[in-house]
Ligand binder design. Structure first.
Ligand code: HGY
Ligand code: MN
Ligand code: MN
Length: 419
């Protein structure tokens, strides 16, 4: 590699990243032994932030937390221009060791290398709160707050999945000041660029034999719920043509969603991941059904059109069965094209590394979608085995994250030098 490019001791970096990840898979950092489960304002999440704070302070970073709990660490005084790196360290409720956490660990490794190699790059690490929505059912919540993509009314309406208490109550109890949430926008003020490393969460890199993905766009999504209200009847005594079975409306909608997503352009996908039936008893016709919609794609009109058509299909299916349906959107984010200059710098650094890489879109959502509103941004993907994610079976190789750290370091060095 020419002197213009730095090559790191990838083996040593891989060992340090692996140590971070294996430590954070321990009992102090997850609420469950079966999977990694940590989310906003829980002791396990606090321990995880404290772990990264210790690692960052050890290489001279000053760590703070914004009014809702996004972690921010800088090696420059406030107001000076810095390059942003990071991800999230909360987990899916059925999470693996690598989703998010590997990105924060790789960012911390970039900070260690910056210090050891005396590069003196101006850096800011952010670990965003509640990317998975495992605490309050609202995905990328910390970065949506930073990007001003929530209203005060919405924020005050969010309630914890575990106990139904509000986001504000939990945030205050954890020592934050959620009423100052608008000030969270300031953590992007000094950023000249942003790069997030993340596991791919699918198996394109694995199937194509690439070690890195240089992400140039992130799919948009709609998250919504449909609630169907029919009538709960005796499962034995009620003749089939006298029923108003909410469960059958849900069943028809699930198959219709599959049909609409398969027909739509732009890699559109549709998933019903959560289902609830009431009274949910073997011998009672379900009178109420609630199911979630996760509809995504890189063609904005296509994936939003699927959501609209499914809403109308549900209303018609319910009407035919003497029931009603109600569609309520939780949130949505648009397709996010990433910054050509940052993508280009990453691609050149990946090429210089001598390792196989692929330029690609992201189907999964990431905090980078919100950062990109205001900051030139891009992402680096590393493979995960079999594409498995949002599962304790998730596996990724710290050696790929170490390679990612080297590529990020070189790209940042080029971008900062170019001004
Ligand atoms: O679901 C997502 O796209 C992200 O992994 N939370
Ligand atoms: Mn993630
Ligand atoms: Mn995730």
């Amino acid at each position: 590699m020419s002197e213009r490019w730095i090559s790191i001791d990838r083996e040593r970096s891989a060992r340090r990243i692996e140590r971070d990840i294996e430590t954070l898979a321990g009992p102090d950092y997850t609420r469950s032994r079966e999977a990694i489960r940590r989310y906003a304002y829980t002791p396990e999440y606090r321990n995880t932030l404290d772990y990264f704070i210790k690692e960052l302070e050890a290489v001279g970073f000053r760590c703070t937390e914004d009014p809702v709990g996004n972690l921010v660490a800088r090696n420059r005084p406030a107001g000076e221009r810095v390059f942003g790196i990071g991800s999230h360290c909360d987990s899916n409720r059925n999470g693996g060791k690598y989703d998010g956490t590997m990105g924060v660990a790789a960012a911390v490794e970039v900070c260690r290398l910056n210090e050891e190699l005396g590069l003196n790059l101006p850096l800011q690490v952010i670990s965003f709160l509640e990317e998975e929505g495992s605490g309050f059912g609202q995905m990328v919540l910390g970065s949506r707050i930073v990007a001003g993509r929530v209203s005060e009314e919405e924020l005050r309406s969010f309630r914890a999945i575990d106990d139904g208490r509000t986001f504000f109550e939990h945030a205050k109890e954890a020592g934050y000041e959620p009423e100052r949430w608008r000030e969270c926008a300031r953590i992007l003020d000094d950023l000249v660029g942003w790069i997030e490393l993340h596991i791919e969460q699918a198996r394109v890199l694995e199937d194509t034999g690439n070690r890195l993905g240089i992400v140039d766009a992130i799919a948009g999504y709609v998250h919504a719920d449909i609630t169907v209200r029919g009538r709960s009847d005796h499962a034995g005594a009620t003749p089939m043509d006298l029923r108003s079975d909410a469960g059958l409306v849900m069943a028809e909608c699930m198959l219709e969603l599959e049909r609409l997503a398969r027909e739509a352009p732009g890699d559109t996908v549709g998933t019903v991941g959560e289902v609830e039936l009431e009274p949910n008893l073997i011998n009672a016709v379900p009178g109420r059904a609630r199911f979630s919609l996760d509809i995504r794609g890189v063609d904005e009109e296509a994936f939003r059109g699927v959501a609209r058509r499914l809403r109308d299909f549900a209303a018609e299916s319910a009407r035919r069965r003497g029931a009603t349906s109600e569609y309520s959107e939780r949130q949505s984010l648009s397709v996010t094209p990433l910054d050509k200059r940052v993508v280009g710098a990453l691609e050149e650094a990946a090429r210089a590394s001598g390792e196989p890489y692929l330029r690609m879109p992201s189907g999964a959502a990431h905090d980078t979608m919100c950062v990109a509103d205001r900051v030139p941004s891009a992402m680096v993907f590393v493979p995960c085995e079999g594409g498995v994610s949002h599962s304790p079976e998730e596996r990724a190789d710290p050696a790929d994250a170490a390679l990612g750290a080297e590529v990020m370091l070189n790209a940042i060095r080029r971008l900062v030098a170019a001004g």
